[in-house]
Design a protein around this ligand. Structure first.
Ligand code: GDP
Ligand code: MG
Length: 163
C-alpha cells in the first residue's frame, strides 16, 4: 500500500479528468451518474516511476448551492485528513473564484503537503488565472492541463518527495 494522494477543488475544475489521466482509465467519469454519490473513490495511479493511490472527490456536482459549501468543507477536511499529499485543483481559465479562496483557507490549515494545480492552462487562456492563484497562499502553482497531459513533469517533481 503506497502513499495516498487526494484531489480536491470545487466542481468543474477538472478533478475527474486528472484522476482519469493518472489512473489511465475512464473510471471516474463512468461513475459520475447523476444522483449517484460515491465520494473519495480510490484508483491506482502511475506517474513515471511513482505509484500511489489517488482519490477523486466527486459527487458534489449535484448538490444545490446551499448544501454545496458545507458538503465541500466536510469532504475537503476528510480528504486532507486521510491523504499523505493533496492536489488542490483550480480552473486557470475561470481564475480564482470565492469558492476556491474559501477552500484554500481550509487547505492552508493542514500540515499535509498541498500541491496547487492551475488546470486548463493549455494555450494562453490560463495565464491570468495562473498568476492569480499565487494569492491562494498554497505555494507556487503548477501550470497544468489534465485534458492535454501538460505539466506532468512538474507534478512528478512535486509529488516525488511525498510518495
Ligand atoms: P470535476 O467536476 O472537477 O471532476 O471536473 P471534470 O473532470 O468533470 O471536468 C469538468 C470540465 O472541464 C469537463 O468539460 C472537462 O472536459 C474540462 N476539462 C478538464 N480538464 C481540462 C483541461 O485541462 N483543459 C480544458 N480546456 N478543459 C478541461
Ligand atoms: Mg468530478
Amino acid at each position: 500500500m503506497g502513499a495516498k494522494v487526494a484531489i480536491i477543488g470545487r466542481p468543474n475544475v477538472g478533478k475527474s479528468t486528472l484522476f482519469n489521466r493518472l489512473v489511465g482509465k475512464r473510471l471516474a467519469l463512468v461513475d459520475d451518474t447523476p444522483g449517484v454519490t460515491r465520494d473519495r473513490r480510490p484508483g491506482e495511479a502511475r506517474l513515471g516511476d511513482l505509484k500511489f493511490t489517488i482519490v477523486d472527490t466527486a459527487g458534489l456536482e449535484d448538490a444545490d448551492d446551499a448544501s454545496l459549501e458545507g458538503r465541500m468543507r466536510r469532504q475537503t477536511e476528510e480528504a486532507i485528513a486521510e491523504a499523505d499529499v493533496v492536489l488542490f485543483v483550480i480552473d486557470a481559465r475561470a481564475g480564482v473564484t470565492p469558492l476556491d479562496a474559501h477552500f484554500a483557507s481550509v487547505a492552508r490549515k493542514t500540515t499535509t503537503p498541498v500541491v496547487l494545480l492551475a488546470n486548463k492552462a493549455e494555450g494562453r487562456a490560463g495565464m491570468p488565472g495562473l498568476y492569480e492563484s499565487y494569492s491562494l497562499g498554497l505555494g507556487d502553482p503548477i501550470a497544468f492541463s489534465a485534458e492535454h497531459g501538460e505539466g506532468l513533469a512538474d507534478l512528478y517533481d512535486a509529488l516525488k518527495p511525498h510518495v
